[in-house]
Write a protein that binds this ligand. Sequence first.
Ligand code: HEC
Length: 150
Amino acid sequence: MKNKLILTALLATSALSAQAQVKPEDAIKWRQSAYATMSWSMARIDANLQGKYDKEDVLKAATVLQAIANSGMGALYVPGSDKGKGWVDTRVKPALFTDGPKVGKIAGDFNKAANELAKAAAAGDAGAVKTSFEAVGGTCKSCHDDYRTK
Ligand code: HEC
């Protein structure tokens, strides 16, 4: 009984510190890595749409995009990560930290488009993949236009 209490207390503490301990430098690295991986996946789908369509290849890439879109990347915009260096100097604009509803809207559109893309990819429907691929690309662009420096 006593051990169980101690264990519960330990788990509660480590969950708290896992939240608190994300260093800005790590948060910037992780988000830059996630974005770069999405860039790879978008290029991969684009190549399939331009050339010979391979259902499995498209599905692999779309699954990565869907997973990252639903991963809750907002958690990587920790206080103090508006400036500084991850793999490279951060390009986030300060407005991302203050435009809550507008950022939330773009993030929601992005999630929805990525989920639709994954569904179309699983169905092997190249036409629907093209439509949702363009929708995803549009959400990448709208966020970059407003919240990423050149
Ligand atoms: C909700 C906003 C948002 C969305 C949606 C978004 N990005 Fe970004 N992206 C950013 C921000 C902010 C940065 C700058 C991150 C930093 O340097 O800290 C960035 C950086 C990047 C980078 C540069 C990474 C690096 O190595 O520095 C690439 C590539 C990128 N995004 C691709 C994409 C692609 C592809 C998509 C869509 C599939 C996408 N992004 C969706 C906000 C967004």
